[in-house]
Design a binder for this molecule. Structure first.
Ligand code: IVH
Length: 699
């Protein structure tokens, strides 16, 4: 009896202990999943693979199935994703916040500098400001009469989130400017966390059983984008100012002058920085800072070079999303050695089959990497990468990690070459490899689930419809459950949901409020600009910049559709006009035409038009000038500006620059020694301008 009793009580306390462990594990898992939801849904910066995430979630679900008493109101199974970043209001940037081009070595750097000199037609070396490229997140601060009125994240470059409340608690950011400042001044900079502060913060996180941040950048991002600014206030954030947005009057003539002026207003500037006279100086700076990197108290992922003379900057202007007058010189990628556990084939939005190495997880540059791209079949063959191989992988900045090489001496005897599939691993359709292409493509089109679902994800992505609360993960779930098959289904979801036996609000992790919010976010996007709409269609080779160009030129969807169908005839003017659009060559033209000619696509477009109001694209530049929409041709030698600059300037004003004269040419700008084009223009009665007349027209 006594024995039994003793055993029972022993058993009971063991049970209790176990229960306690489960409870702790449940709390840990909840926290982790919430964290990764947020990284995925709000920050667009997942730190773990979908597979790893699913493992965590699965463990939580089984735990809750076994012990329902563990279910809490805020368990990830009871809430949906992370709170949408909708909590922040949106702010449109007066001047877009663009990104930077990259150079990776001396040759590319030399080309960058040469291109600038050629563009400007300047013979002597151009002065360059070199400064650290801070690995944080950018923000824009707007000051009116020296008072901070609002602050925004970069967002998609055109519109960011209102983080005014959050930056008010950052000491480095002046709330009132010192000294003589223009009436309106926008300052752009990088918010970051110092290495020292990062280590202290992580120690605190661990002590409080909160997840540690993987690196200072993540910590800074997680701290700044807090809906509750009192949390931001507890995080040690700093900012370096590096550029201007809108200003009412110039504050300096040079980039170096801007740096000094910003310091006088009360901002911090990243140092060391250097004013470089030539390529030699620039390289010296790069090498020195690369050496000093471990000793800096903030993380940098390269250096930034900017043309010092602001008149030159103005003349150089921009190419789609990046300035011609600046570039980033990235440090070499960080490397590590690990094992390929498997090779999967992913099928993308346009049907491209991409082999992905599933790796034994390893930390590279502060981030855990468990996948790396193997690019394509040729690349696998060239490297002879096999399952089971030890490999060197590298990760540079935000670029997808890559497999660099196989360590042949560690290869197992029984390994076999990887066989690239001969059919689509998802839909089993045949795969083709077009001439001159490295990629195999699935021919299944929308029959292929992978392509269809990837297109849906693209459709709602940030630069496309940007639907809050409908991220890639939810698209995948809704797809799996048959709620969404085509983009049209997104807009009919609410109607169908009303009669559904399994409405969204009853799904696991959803409730009345989250379902209502989702439908609201969808309805908010029924009015959409043409450029976003075109981009959302996911037509091969049509990126954001080309979608904008098409929108400005064709004006509305119906015209675009009509002219793309006409352009099937390569002799037509519709075709000629199409390939005259900047960046559209015959291959892109073929893809565009093929998309609009396809009957399935036409059906989808018809149905989408029923659901949406597509509004014209408004180009951010001032389009109120004499040459917008005009077709111009330059000929002969220009004396004041180079041909490249003239072309770029005309295009930035909304003109179309072509190389041959035709009936449709609006102006021929004839420099010295103009020949046959001038003759032809005279014959056709086209307006002919001298270089000076042209300059007068555009200023
Ligand atoms: S200048 C129009 N300077 O790098 C020129 N950017 O890859 C605007 N960044 O979005 C950028 N340090 O967030 C500039 N010293 C620096 C920078 C810097 C970091 C970031 C910035 C930008 C990104 C582009």
């Amino acid at each position: 009896m006594g024995d039994l009793f003793e055993q029972d009580s022993l058993h009971e306390s063991a049970q209790e202990k176990l229960q306690e462990n489960f409870k702790t594990r449940h709390a840990e898992l909840s926290k982790l999943i919430h964290y990764h939801d947020k990284r995925y849904n709000q920050d667009d910066a997942p730190e773990i693979s979908d597979g790893e995430y699913d493992v965590l979630r699965q463990e939580l679900i089984s735990l809750e199935n076994k012990y329902p008493e563990l279910i809490t109101k805020d368990s990830p199974t009871q809430t949906v994703g992370a709170k949408p970043s909708k909590g922040f209001g949106k702010i449109k940037h007066a001047v877009p916040m663009l990104s930077l081009g990259n150079v990776f070595n001396e040759e590319e750097l030399n080309n960058f500098l040469d291109r600038i000199s050629r563009f400007l037609g300047v013979n002597e070396a151009i002065e360059i400001v070199a400064e650290p490229k801070i690995d944080g997140l950018s923000c824009s601060l707007r000051y009116v009469n020296g008072k901070l009125v609002h602050a925004a994240t970069r967002g998609d470059g055109y519109e960011g989130e209102n983080i005014t409340a959050n930056v008010l608690v950052i000491d480095d950011i002046p709330k009132t400017l010192k000294g003589g400042f223009p009436e309106l001044l926008e300052v752009r900079g990088e918010v970051y966390m110092s290495r020292h502060d990062f280590i202290t913060l992580n120690e605190k996180q661990v002590k409080e059983s909160k997840p540690a941040f993987a690196n200072p950048r993540n910590a800074a991002a997680g701290s700044l984008r807090q809906l509750d600014a009192s949390i931001t206030a507890q995080r040690p954030l700093k900012m370096f100012a590096y550029a201007l947005g809108e200003v009412t009057s110039p504050i300096a003539q040079t980039q170096w002058g801007i740096r000094n002026k910003l310091v006088s207003y009360g901002f911090s500037e990243a140092s060391p920085a250097a004013l470089c006279k030539n390529l030699k100086d620039v390289l010296k700076y790069y090498n020195e800072i690369n050496q000093a990197r471990p000793d800096l108290d903030y993380e940098i992922d390269g250096v930034v070079y900017k043309v010092n003379n602001l008149d030159y900057q103005e003349r150089l202007g921009f190419v789609s999303r990046a300035p011609r007058w600046a570039t980033a010189h990235k440090f070499p990628a960080e490397e590590a050695i690990t094992v390929i556990n498997d090779i999967d084939i992913q099928v993308g939005r346009t049907g491209v089959l991409t082999p992905v190495a599933r790796l034994e997880p390893i930390t590279v540059g502060g981030v855990v990497v468990s996948n790396a791209t193997l690019h394509n079949e040729d690349e696998i063959k060239r490297k002879d990468a096999r399952i089971g191989d030890h490999v060197t992988i590298q990760r540079a900045g935000d670029v997808i990690p890559q497999v660099v090489k196989v360590l042949m001496n560690k290869r197992k005897d029984n390994s076999a070459p990887f066989m690239f599939p001969k059919t689509c691993p998802v839909c089993d359709s045949s795969v083709v490899r077009e001439e001159g292409e490295v990629a195999w493509r699935c021919t299944g089109g929308l029959i292929c689930e992978a392509q269809a679902v990837e297109r849906l994800k693209h459709f709602v992505s940030r630069l496309a419809f940007d639907i809050d609360g409908l991220g890639a993960k939810i698209i995948q779930q809704f797809w799996d459950d048959g709620l969404l098959k085509t983009p049209v289904d997104i807009f009919t979801l609410e109607k169908r949901d009303k009669n559904s036996l399994t409405p969204v609000r009853a799904r696991e992790g959803w409730g009345d409020l989250s379902a209502k919010n989702l439908f609201q976010s969808i309805n908010d996007k029924r009015k959409i600009e043409l450029n976003r709409f075109i981009y959302a269609l996911g037509i091969r080779q049509i990126g954001e910049a080309t979608a904008k160009r098409l929108s400005s030129i064709y004006g509305d969807l119906r015209t675009l559709q009509k002219l793309m169908i006409e352009a099937q005839d390569k002799e037509s003017t519709a075709y000629e006009d199409l390939i005259n659009v900047e960046d559209i060559g015959p291959a892109t033209a073929d893809d565009l035409i093929a998309f609009f000619v396809d009957e399935g696509n036409q059906d989808i477009l018809r149905a989408l038009v029923e659901e949406l109001k597509i509004i014209p694209y408004e180009a951010p530049e001032n389009q109120d000038n004499a040459v917008v929409g005009k077709i111009v041709v330059f000929t002969g030698t220009l004396s004041k500006i180079t041909r490249a600059e003239a072309k770029a300037k005309a295009e930035s004003l909304g003109a179309k620059v072509t190389s041959s004269v035709s009936k449709k040419t609006s102006y021929l700008i004839a420099g010295e020694d103009a020949g046959s084009k001038l003759k032809k223009a005279k014959e056709l009665g086209i307006d002919i301008l001298t270089e000076d007349e042209w300059i007068n027209l555009i200023v």
